[in-house]
Design a protein around this ligand. Structure first.
Ligand SMILES: [Zn+2]
Length: 333
C-alpha cells in the first residue's frame, strides 16, 4: 500500500535524527522505482531459486498486482498466494505442476496477500504458515466514501495451520526461509529471508515503488521504524529484497536508510507545523500536502495520525481528549 509524499519541503527539512550530518541519507523520492513488467499469470524466473506469478489485481494499493513467489526447484515453498482470485490460483497451479508444495507462507493478512492460501492448500495439501489471524485491533474501514478507504481490507478468515515466530526457520530441498517478525504496516507482518539467494521477501514492509502505509491503530509507526532497523542490523547479508508488489530492491541497505530518513523528515515537519500553534489532523494535512489531490487527503490523514501517535508515545506532542481523529487538536508537549 502506498503512502504519498508531502508537498515540497514546507517547513524546511531539518537534519535526520538517526544519521550523523556528514553522512546524508539518500532521498526516498530519488530511489523509488516504478519500472515493472508484471507478466500476469506467467511464472517468471527472477533468480536461480525463485519464480514469481503476478495476479491481475492492480490498484492504488497493490501497484501492478500481487506477486506470488515460488521458492525452490522440485520441492517448493509459496510465499503470499494472493487474493481470492480463481484465475490467479489456476495460473499458480499451472506453474506448480509436477512439483511438491511443502510450505504455503503468508507475510500478513491483508486481502491481497493471504486469501488464496485456502484454495492452494485445498489443491496441494500443503500446510499454511503465518504469524497468526488478522489482528483484532484492525479497524474495518470503507463503506459510503470510497476515498476514505486507505488500505486493503483484512482477511478475517485466515487461520494458519502452523504459527510462526521471529527466528523460526523453514527449510526443504536446497532452500531455507528465516522468519523475521516485522510489525508496523500490520502487527502480524513477517518477512522471509532466503540466505541461499542473499535475499529477503519483504511483503508490504519494504516496497520499491512506494513507501508503506501505517494504518493506526494496529499499524504502528514505532514498530515500523524498529522493523526497518531490524533489516539494517542484518548488515550486508542481503543483496536484494523481493516485495510482494512491484520490482526488486537492489540496494536494500541504502533504500531502508532512505525510508527511515523519509519518516524522520515527516515527523520533523509535523513538529514544525505544531510549533506555529495547536492543530487538527485535517489542518496539518492541508498545510503539508498542498500539491496532493484532495481525494488522497484521507490517506494522508491516516499517515499523519500514525506519526502523531508515535510522537505522543514518545512525549513529543500532547493531544486534547477527543475520540474524533479529525477534530482532536495536537500541541507540542
Ligand atoms: Zn498489506
Amino acid at each position: 500500500m502506498f503512502e504519498m509524499a508531502a508537498s515540497g519541503d514546507h517547513p524546511s527539512s531539518p537534519p535526520s535524527e538517526t544519521f550523523p550530518t556528514d553522512e546524508k541519507p539518500p532521498r526516498l523520492e530519488e530511489m523509488l522505482d516504478t519500472a515493472h513488467d508484471p507478466a500476469y499469470g506467467e511464472a517468471v524466473r527472477i533468480a536461480g531459486l525463485v519464480q514469481r506469478v503476478t495476479a491481475a489485481n492492480p490498484s492504488p494499493f497493490t501497484f501492478a498486482g500481487t506477486g506470488t513467489y515460488i521458492v525452490g526447484r522440485q520441492r517448493v515453498a509459496v510465499i503470499d498466494p494472493g487474493p481470492d482470485d480463481a484465475a490467479h490460483v489456476t495460473s499458480l497451479l499451472r506453474a506448480l505442476e509436477g512439483r511438491t508444495v511443502t510450505h504455503i507462507c503468508v507475510t500478513h493478512t491483508h486481502s491481497d496477500h493471504s486469501p488464496a492460501s485456502r484454495a492452494l492448500a485445498a489443491a496441494t495439501g500443503a500446510p499454511v504458515f503465518g504469524f497468526g489471524p488478522h489482528p483484532a485491533g484492525d479497524i474495518r474501514r470503507g463503506g459510503e466514501d470510497p476515498a476514505a478507504v486507505t488500505e486493503e481490507p483484512g482477511d478475517w478468515d485466515f487461520i494458519p495451520d502452523v504459527t510462526l515466530a521471529h527466528g523460526d526457520v523453514l527449510a526443504d530441498e536446497g532452500w531455507t526461509l528465516e522468519c523475521l517478525h516485522t510489525p508496523g504496516h500490520i502487527s502480524n507482518h513477517l518477512c522471509f529471508a532466503l540466505p541461499e539467494g542473499r535475499a529477503v521477501f519483504t511483503g508490504d514492509h519494504v516496497m520499491g515503488w512506494s513507501s508503506t502505509i501505517i494504518p493506526p491503530p494496529d499499524g504502528n509507526l514505532g514498530d515500523y521504524l524498529r522493523s526497518l532497523e531490524l533489516l539494517i542490523d542484518r548488515g550486508d547479508r542481503d543483496e536484494v529484497y523481493w516485495p510482494t508488489h512491484g520490482p526488486p530492491i537492489t540496494s536494500p541497505a541504502r533504500y531502508v536508510r532512505a525510508l527511515l530518513a523519509h519518516r524522520h523528515r515527516r515527523t520533523a515537519q509535523i513538529l514544525e507545523c505544531l510549533r506555529e500553534g495547536p492543530a487538527t489532523i485535517p489542518a496539518l494535512v492541508a498545510r503539508m500536502y498542498t500539491d496532493t489531490p484532495k481525494m488522497l487527503h484521507p490517506a494522508a490523514e491516516r499517515s499523519v495520525l500514525a506519526h502523531l501517535i508515535h510522537l505522543a508515545e514518545r512525549g513529543r506532542v500532547s493531544a486534547e481528549p477527543d475520540d474524533d481523529d479529525r477534530t482532536r487538536r495536537y500541541d507540542p508537549a
